[in-house]
Ligand binder design. Structure first.
Ligand code: DON
Length: 306
């Protein structure tokens, strides 16, 4: 009850000042530029299976970099600690699509949440799965509880057409022997994952396992071991919001992951997953209203982990 009351308060507050938040809708992916900026949604899914929500929760958006958490989850299921030979665990301190660090560090991306790290993790998945896109969609449909979840092909194709930067990262990694498959084939899979479309309630449900020691709340099936789940949450805390991870840790105090579609997912371990969505992004590529809403939520319910 208290959670719903707080969501209602925050939704009312954010909606009354949506026009005032700084930033722009992502436009470097042309198909994203047409999304209406004045939208906001917020949803909580608890480890007891309750859902609370407010705002534009029927609206669909592409999850973009939030998919990197699922990519990492599927890769950890298959590779365990072996994965860390190809991607690091350190915060990057650079933008999500930066190329410079990759050259200095011999083609091993700093972490699995920057683009290069997610692309190399996709490459690893591509090597072990005969139909990675199908497998990811099946996983997301099951976790979200919606069998109709799909890829927004317009967005996915738009990203593929404008893939130069991500392709440059993949080729650079290949030049350091840290790539196993055809760059463009892996990129198609990566962009498909980014363009998975869902609403805010489905987003909170999809990541319920992160708050529940690695066990999906609805099905009670184990997704990750308890230890892997703790480790993934640690990485989200240190790197989930790229070069703004420190600010998010300071203001919100939870593990979290953002995407340029305007979504942010945050975790309160042992309690719930909270998802927000609002398309206007700050200069780090994180939703401005989403950040504000999560900070308010953490303050009002004293959720800061420290
Ligand atoms: O590869 C890209 O640039 C996008 N598909 C995903 C980037 C993203 O969401 C970064 N997040 N804030």
């Amino acid at each position: 009850m208290q959670i719903q009351k707080v969501i209602d308060e925050i939704t009312h507050d954010v909606q009354s000042k949506l026009a005032n938040f700084d930033g722009e809708v992502a436009s470097y992916i042309p198909a994203l530029a047409s999304v209406r900026p004045d939208q906001f949604a917020m949803a909580v899914h608890t480890v007891e299976g309750e859902t609370f929500y407010g705002g534009d929760c029927e609206k669909l958006f592409t999850i973009q970099s939030v998919s990197k958490v699922l990519t990492l989850t599927l890769a950890l299921q298959r590779y365990g600690n072996e994965l860390w030979q190809r991607v690091g665990k350190e915060p990057s301190g650079t933008a999500f699509n930066s190329l410079t660090q990759l050259e200095f560090e011999q083609g091993k991306p700093r972490n699995p949440f920057i683009n290069a790290g997610a692309i190399v993790t996709c490459d690893a998945l591509y090597s072990r799965l005969s139909a990675p896109t199908h497998h990811m969609l099946e996983t997301v449909r099951w976790l979200s509880g919606n069998q109709r979840i799909n890829i927004n092909q317009l967005v996915s194709r738009s990203e593929y057409q404008h893939r130069h930067r991500n392709a440059a990262m993949a080729h650079l990694m290949a030049s350091f022997n840290n790539f196993e498959n055809e760059v463009d084939e892996v990129l198609k899979v990566y962009f498909g994952f980014c363009a998975i479309e869902m609403n805010c309630v489905e987003l909170a449900k999809t990541f319920s396992y992160l708050a529940n020691k690695g066990v999906d709340v609805a099905s009670q099936q184990r997704i990750l071991s308890t230890k892997q789940n703790s480790q993934l949450n640690s990485l989200l805390f240190t790197s989930g919001l790229y070069d703004a991870a420190g600010d998010f840790a300071y203001r919100v105090g939870m593990p979290g992951k953002s995407g340029v579609g305007g979504a942010i997912v945050a975790i309160v371990p042992g309690q719930f997953t909270v998802a927000v969505w609002s398309p206007k992004l700050n200069s780090y590529g994180n939703s401005s209203a989403g950040l504000y809403a999560l900070e308010q939520f953490a303050n009002k319910l004293s959720l800061h982990l420290f």
